[in-house]
Design a protein around this ligand. Structure first.
Ligand SMILES: [Zn+2]
Length: 317
């Protein structure tokens, strides 16, 4: 038996057929066309599922379940996407639509939670009972695994780890509060911090790297310039990792998980990010003597996390 996972992204809808172990046996994608009506997008998801099945010569009898990973608010009971702000979805009955194509159990889950499920089933948290996944992207996504199950809270809306406030009355956050972790440690925040540093220090190598065009600064630019020994960039990265460590130390103190996996584009820096991060977290986490410490590692599932996690939702709920 296989599972189908759909990763409903803002630019691409990715789908895949996944086995019990979280291995993708077939995957495909289509452009989301986010400005289109929800009916058209849902119809395309149905076509993608049909194509995946026919490409592998499989039928509905070979599929245990279908999972949809989407950002935003979801009604898991009714299989409804309440709001997906990227796509302008409001109360889209996605389970009902997909069941017409393939009459198997259909699950909906938050995309950051799906990434946590993927790491738990097939990635760095495999075999561990307690894990937290942090995705550093446009915002900061969180997913929490407790006792080998996804933790979603009483109403399903838990794990908004990026929206813990680290600085009262600090930077404005997209959620409406000020000083959220996300407003300092997301890729968006790093880009903002890099730009601000260049404006203050125009002789920095950062500006050279982007040919003098501030708009070309991305989340990698400061890391690249720091590698070249640029003082301004080294300072930007140091401050960035400092507050990232502050948030992670809070998460360790609250959950004491086996592992915190860090995903998203910034995690591609690997040990350039992780070594100073672990160093900065020392002394900030609660003293636990010689008890087992939380491991801080890079997430493993990369771009496939959304597909694998969505496919295997049923294994962690
Ligand atoms: Zn916030």
């Amino acid at each position: 038996m296989y599972y189908i996972g759909i990763d409903l992204g803002g630019t691409q809808i990715k789908g895949g057929i996944v086995d019990e172990e979280g291995k993708i046996i077939k995957k495909d994608s289509i452009p989301t066309g986010r400005t289109r009506k929800s009916e058209e997008i849902v119809n395309d998801i149905c076509l993608l599922i049909k194509k995946l099945l026919s490409d592998e010569n499989l039928s509905e009898n070979d599929i245990y379940s279908v999972g949809i990973g989407s950002p935003g608010s979801l009604d898991r009971e009714r299989g409804i996407i309440i709001a997906n702000f990227n796509l302008g979805f409001r109360y889209v009955a996605i389970r009902e639509a997909i069941r017409k194509v393939i009459p198997v159990p259909i699950y909906v889950e938050n995309d950051a939670n799906c990434a946590a499920i993927a790491e738990s089933v097939a990635g760095v948290a495999k075999g561990l009972d307690y894990a937290v996944l942090i995705t550093i992207g446009t915002g900061i996504g969180g997913g929490i695994i407790i006792n080998n199950k996804l933790y979603i809270g009483a109403n399903g809306a838990a794990a908004e780890l990026g929206h813990m406030v680290l600085k009262m009355n600090g930077e404005a956050c997209t959620c409406g509060r000020k000083g959220c972790w996300e407003a300092y440690s997301s890729a968006t925040a790093l880009i903002r911090q890099t730009k601000a540093a260049v404006v203050k220090n125009p002789s920095s190598k950062i500006l050279e790297l982007v040919g003098g065009d501030l708009d070309k600064i991305d989340a990698k630019t400061a890391f690249d310039a720091a590698r070249m020994g640029d003082e301004t960039a080294i300072e930007v990265i140091d401050e960035y990792i400092d507050i990232l460590a502050e948030g992670l130390a809070n998460i360790v103190n609250i959950f004491q998980p086996d592992v915190i996996a860090i995903g998203g584009g910034v995690s591609k820096e690997g040990e350039n990010l992780l070594t100073p991060l672990r160093e900065k977290m020392k002394g900030r986490t609660f003293f636990i003597g010689d008890l087992k410490n939380t491991q801080i590692v890079a997430a493993q599932m990369g771009n496939d996390a959304g597909i694998v996690g969505a496919a295997l939702i049923s294994k962690r709920i």
